[in-house]
Design a binder for this molecule. Structure first.
Ligand code: MG
Length: 154
């Protein structure tokens, strides 16, 4: 068994959509990104790639590649699962923390967990915390996410 950790953050900007764990959340701002800016899913991808010993998300899905412009991050997670399986590692469980000051996200917890679990092929726990009004998250300049994924050999 192995574990991998993942972290991601994205800036928040006006006129952008806010997609977190594959859920489009109503808000006056969204994440500025090359892909759909789904920080939570990106953290899970990096954690999985870490467990599989396959480097990081930027190496697999470069943000300079037009193919990934506006990409659905759940599709990227499914592809990361395929590549990890190719390297002999199957995800077993994921725990995540989404750090976001606003909006409140508790109502979306089950939908995010279901989306991530469906793409990962393993149970996913989703936790939320705020930035306590300090730092870039607390000032609502951005959102961040942490994830741990455990994987077993095939
Ligand atoms: Mg990202």
């Amino acid at each position: 068994m192995r574990a991998g950790v993942g972290y991601d953050s994205h800036r928040l900007g006006e006129g952008e959509s806010l997609i977190l764990g594959g859920v489009r959340v109503e808000h006056d701002r969204g994440t500025v990104a090359h892909s759909d800016g789904d920080v939570l899913t990106h953290a899970v991808i990096d954690a999985l790639l870490g467990a599989a010993g396959l480097g990081d998300i930027g190496g697999h899905f470069p943000d300079t590649d037009p193919e990934f412009a506006g990409a659905d991050s759940l599709d990227l997670l499914r592809e990361a699962v395929r590549r990890s399986a190719g390297a002999g590692w199957v995800p077993e469980y994921a725990d995540t923390t989404l750090v976001c000051q606003a909006p409140r996200l508790a109502a979306h917890r089950e939908a995010m967990a279901a989306n991530l679990s469906g793409a990962l092929g393993a149970p996913v726990n989703v936790k939320f915390t705020t930035g306590e009004h300090i730092g870039f998250v607390g000032r609502e300049e951005g959102v961040a996410a942490h994830a741990v994924v455990t994987a077993r050999t095939r």
